[in-house]
Design a protein around this ligand. Structure first.
Ligand code: PLP
Length: 306
């Protein structure tokens, strides 16, 4: 698997750049100058659409993938936009509203098994049977290249940022961020954050080797049980640091975004701000970007926050 900044430069950009705003009341609450990059305003409510659009712009013949959430919606949306068939394998107990959203974009949903690993195994079989391309949510260079455009937008607008904080599940976002920052703003730290209840990517990065870990976070976008090879290799080279936060701290950050930044974030979308809350001394007085990676909170999640 090959990936470099050149692939980001070459990525298709069919959607307009997302806004990045700052909020003086939020800055006062956290003691830093915070720029919130609003990927929650994407048409599927999350940044993953960037990678899927870049992949589908050049692939033909249909894809098979597996996911519990935003990756599925991104693939369904991009396949619809480029007029290609898409099959998404999801665990049998997948969130019905997410299943409905994927189907509404015209993708075929196959429900099977208890876990994402079961869904992956079935997707491998389906792809072999149909000859369609199997798309890994973590180890696909075209996805990372599309996601990298998010970090180009941030650093084009704010080239002197001191740090960018990126929420991590499989690590595509943080890996792309680290590669883009190394080219565009070598002095800018790129800091990854994951839930302490699902630390597989964090532990893989610290160990320098792919690890499997318990996966117990309630935060869907960050819920991964293993490290992925491509993003881990890139993060090993370019990432500044990787921190963990609790699910409670993430909920606190979600409430803060709602109260001070007019923003309904899903848990994953608030995790970067949670890192600021967890380590206030580290970020005091600095100018940082936090990626609000998504806004697909379920009504249940929002009710629990209130
Ligand atoms: C997938 C996702 C993440 C994590 O991104 P990775 O590239 O898998 O590390 C963070 N936030 C949201 C909203 C997501 O959907």
């Amino acid at each position: 698997m090959e990936f470099s900044y050149a692939a980001v430069r070459a990525a298709v950009r069919p959607l307009p750049p997302t806004p990045m705003w700052s909020y003086p009341v939020l800055d006062a609450a956290v003691g830093a100058t915070v720029h919130v990059k609003h990927e929650n305003t994407q048409p599927i409510g999350a940044f993953k659409v960037r990678g899927a659009l870049n992949l589908l712009a050049t692939s033909r013949g249909g894809t098979v993938t597996y996911s519990t959430g935003n990756h599925a919606q991104a693939m369904a949306y991009a396949s619809h936009r480029f007029g290609q068939p898409c099959t998404v394998v999801m665990p049998a107990a997948a969130n019905p509203s997410k299943v409905a959203a994927v189907q509404a974009w015209g993708a075929t949903v196959v429900l099977t098994g208890d876990t994402l690993a079961d869904a992956e195994a079935h997707a491998v079989t389906l792809a072999a049977e149909t000859g369609q391309r199997l798309v890994s949510p973590g180890d696909t260079p075209e996805l990372l290249a599309g996601v990298g455009t998010l970090y180009e937008e941030i650093l084009t607008e704010r080239p002197t940022l001191s740090a960018i904080i990126v929420p991590v599940g499989s690590g595509t976002g943080a890996a792309a961020a680290a590669v883009v920052a190394a080219e565009m703003a070598p002095g800018c730290e790129v800091i990854a954050v994951q839930s302490a209840a699902s630390p597989a990517a964090h532990d893989s990065w610290r160990a320098g080797d792919l690890c499997t870990r318990p996966n117990q976070t309630r935060v869907e976008g960050l819920a991964t049980g293993r490290g992925y090879e491509l993003p881990q290799a890139l993060m090993r080279k370019h990432l500044t640091d990787f921190v963990l936060v609790s699910d409670e701290r993430i909920a606190e950050a979600q409430r803060l975004l709602a109260a001070k930044a007019h923003t309904l974030a899903e848990g994953a979308g608030a995790a970067a701000l949670a890192a600021l809350l967890e380590f206030p001394d580290r970020f005091a007085g600095r100018e940082v970007a936090v990626v609000c990676s998504g806004g697909n909170a379920s009504p249940r999640e929002l009710a629990d926050l209130a």
